[in-house]
Design a protein around this ligand. Structure first.
Ligand code: GLA
Ligand code: ZN
Length: 689
């Protein structure tokens, strides 16, 4: 982070594609009018403009862009400026076929689509560098421009000969000798031993895909290549003298890249959120979005940007459902509540033709001022302007969930105890929702993150232990932290080789147990978790008054020093431990051996986490209500949001209340009750520390 981004206000606006309307100046004029009406203060330009900016090789035409920037800036509207590398012009693909991507079956693509170029191709790199430099020279210190939006939703992979060569070089650097690679990938299996790096090929459905080490390294390599391409673009901008901060927009739960590896290149994280509202209960959708927002914020531990969202529906999901009135504001403010300094849409004006012509937009084909969406976006605009002072405030560190992409890649690739679906997300979400229902903030971390400053860390199904994670977790517990680790953790090492000896590898002392066996359950099967500790002897102060259902995966574990808190109720392992607690240093290490029903997580974390955070302003939220805290030096802001249609009662804790630091409502209305689908923001002065 070299050029930290500090949002001067909460950004409101989004992707704007005037290049599709250059022959219709009256439309562009109308847009400006609507921007003003809806409180749009930021437009993102240039994302897919390459063909308009460089219609022929080396011939740049940037005047139209300059005109648009000037016209929006005349009205005080800021610009996020994109580099156009997300989609290339036809001349580039025709003249230099090497820029076209090759898929895993080794087929080279024809021209078309987007996000489909080879990141290794020296020609692609050079052409991108040229146009990025041109943009940076021309606009890189323009007062309207706030930020670089580098490319668009980096993703995918290329298996062309250039990428194969680069992959081999990367492997050579990683392993040094082919013997070491053979050992780490366990290539003796099925006689897949390599004699030389030159023989290695990327995984393919037509060839090698059984070596998990290869699959994992390929994914790491794809991340490396993509992050390196981002760096290449950033370098081009910097070389041309631009000092503006940089972002790249990420996608929802995207598993093609390890976003954690991009953070050193970014000044601010941004992402695109397209939830399927009304497909299920809104509270579920909200929890899912909340988790993603928290992951994005945690990447840099600073405010992030909501770069794209739809003001109404999308047109690429199986069903394009409209957001019912009120959801736009609720969903938009949810992003802000979780740490976003923006609400940006895709897109401001709906395309007239091609594949996104029916995607929701602020201004639609009808083009008049009397539309529901214009009215609702204007409302969001007003809300953001009232909440302006929240920009830049941070979210306090309280609890964290480990959610590591490399571990997930390896776990999902492994053929193991349940190939018809692993309860990874359910387990993480069970824990997440439990912690959130207690009014706690949750950071979503990976194994590279520092664990300092947290009081409770949950580690659901951390199958692969990356180098050094055991030491970090051990120190965390020793210093007084509470760790909750689950089944199917610490099974393999950094290279996807199974740990030999007792597991979870390297943590058996801290957890006070070892893994014995794991039972995969059919969908129709379940077991029970039965409380066992006699009253007055509850390890960690935790006790349960009832049994809970568990399913999908049940591990048999053997405690050494850990104390058993619950046991299995059924099957041949009935009576064996399913929940244990081990005292370690000043802290506790818990182990949950099976995938539990959601109520369990709520009852468990209520007992575990509640005493750790007596100072939190709300402590027990009804289902579907979220509370989020943001703070700056002067104030704390409490966002209360009700994702249910019915009103909900919320009580604020009175702990340490004094008139100097009373909550006052600065947005929406709140008198102990929140209306259905509504947001209230309360503010209080911070106590001098
Ligand atoms: C993505 C892209 C946008 C647009 C939207 C549509 O997020 O970045 O260009 O295609 O999807 O929802
Ligand atoms: Zn390639």
């Amino acid at each position: 982070m070299n050029h930290p981004f500090a949002a001067p206000f909460l950004l409101h606006g989004g992707d704007y594609n005037p290049e599709q309307w250059l022959d219709a100046p009256e439309i562009l004029e109308k847009d400006l009018e609507y921007f003003e009406k809806t409180g749009i203060n930021t437009v993102t330009l240039g994302i897919f403009s390459w063909a308009a900016l460089e219609p022929e090789e080396g011939c740049f035409q940037m005047q139209w862009l300059e005109d648009v920037i000037r016209r929006v800036w005349d009205r005080g509207i800021h610009v996020i400026l994109a580099t156009p590398s997300g989609a290339r012009p036809k001349w580039l693909a025709d003249r230099y076929p090497e820029v076209l991507r090759t898929d895993a079956s080794r087929r080279r693509a024809l021209f078309g689509g987007r996000h489909n170029h080879c990141y290794t191709s020296p020609i692609y790199r050079e052409k991108v560098r040229r146009i990025d430099q041109e943009l940076a020279r021309r606009f890189g210190s323009h007062p309207a421009v706030l930020l670089w939006h580098v490319s668009n939703e980096y993703g995918g992979e290329c298996h062309c000969p250039l990428c194969q060569e680069r992959f081999r070089g990367w492997l050579k650097e990683r392993y040094g000798t082919i013997e070491r690679l053979n050992h780490q990938w366990n290539t003796a299996f099925w006689s897949h031993t390599y004699q030389d790096f030159s023989q290695v090929e990327s995984p393919s459905p037509l060839g090698e895909h059984a070596l998990h080490g290869l699959n994992l390294d390929w994914k790491r390599f794809v991340t490396h290549c993509t992050a390196d391409f981002l760096d290449w673009e950033v370098k081009a901008l910097r070389e041309s003298g631009s000092r503006l901060p940089v972002t790249a927009n990420f996608m929802y739960d995207y598993t093609g890249l390890n976003y954690g590896k991009f953070r050193s290149s970014l000044d601010v994280v941004s992402w695109d959120n397209y939830p399927t509202w009304h497909k299920g209960p809104e509270a579920d959708t909200a929890a899912d979005c909340g988790f993603q927002h928290d992951r994005m914020r945690s990447l840099l531990g600073r405010p992030f940007l909501l770069m794209e969202s739809s003001p109404s529906s999308t047109n690429w999901q199986p069903v394009s459902k409209l957001r019912k009135p009120g959801i736009l504001e609720l969903a938009s403010l949810q992003a802000v509540a979780h740490g976003s300094d923006s609400v940006l849409y895709f897109q401001l004006r709906q395309s007239r033709g091609a594949s996104e012509k029916f995607h929701g937009a602020v201004i639609d084909h009808y083009g008049g001022p009397d539309t529901r969406i214009l009215k609702e976006t204007a409302q969001v605009g007003q809300a953001l302007s009232r909440l302006r002072e929240v920009a830049g405030s941070s979210v306090p560190k309280q609890t964290a969930i480990l959610w590591d992409m490399e571990s997930r890649w390896a776990m999902e690739d492994a053929q193991g105890p349940r190939n018809q679906g692993l309860p990874h997300k359910e387990t993480a979400m069970g824990m997440y929702r439990a912690l959130r229902s207690l009014g706690l903030s949750v950071d979503i971390l990976d194994m590279e993150d520092s664990l300092e400053g947290y009081r409770l860390i949950a580690a659901p199904m951390q199958y692969l232990f990356r180098e050094g994670i055991q030491q970090k977790l051990e120190a965390f517990v020793r210093e007084g932290g509470i760790l909750v680790m689950t089944f199917w953790s610490g099974v393999v090492d950094e290279n996807d080789l199974c740990f030999l000896g007792p597991t979870p590898g390297g943590l058996t002392d801290v957890l006070g147990l070892r893994f014995c066996e794991i039972d995969g359950l059919y969908d129709w099967e379940s077991n029970r978790m039965v409380p066992v500790s006699p009253a007055g002897e509850e390890p960690g102060g935790v006790s349960f008054a009832r049994s809970y259902r568990c399913s999908q995966l049940c591990e048999r574990i053997l405690p050494s020093s850990a104390r058993t808190v619950m046991t299995y109720g059924e099957d041949f392992y009935a009576g064996e431990p399913v929940l244990t607690c081990n005292a370690w240093g000043k802290g506790q290490a818990w182990y949950l051996a099976a995938a539990a029903e959601p109520d369990f997580y709520r009852d468990f974390f209520t007992q575990l986490a509640a005493p750790l955070f007596p100072e939190r302003p709300v402590s027990d939220l009804p289902e579907g209500v979220e509370a989020c805290l943001r703070e700056n030096d002067a104030y704390q802001y409490l966002f209360l949001q009700n994702f249910r249609r019915e009103p909900a009662a919320v009580s604020l804790s009175r702990a340490g209340s004094d008139p100097e630091t009373e909550w006052t409502c600065v947005f929406g209305s709140f008198h102990g009750v929140l209306d259905g689908w509504s947001t209230a923001v309360l503010r209080r002065k911070r106590r001098p520390s």
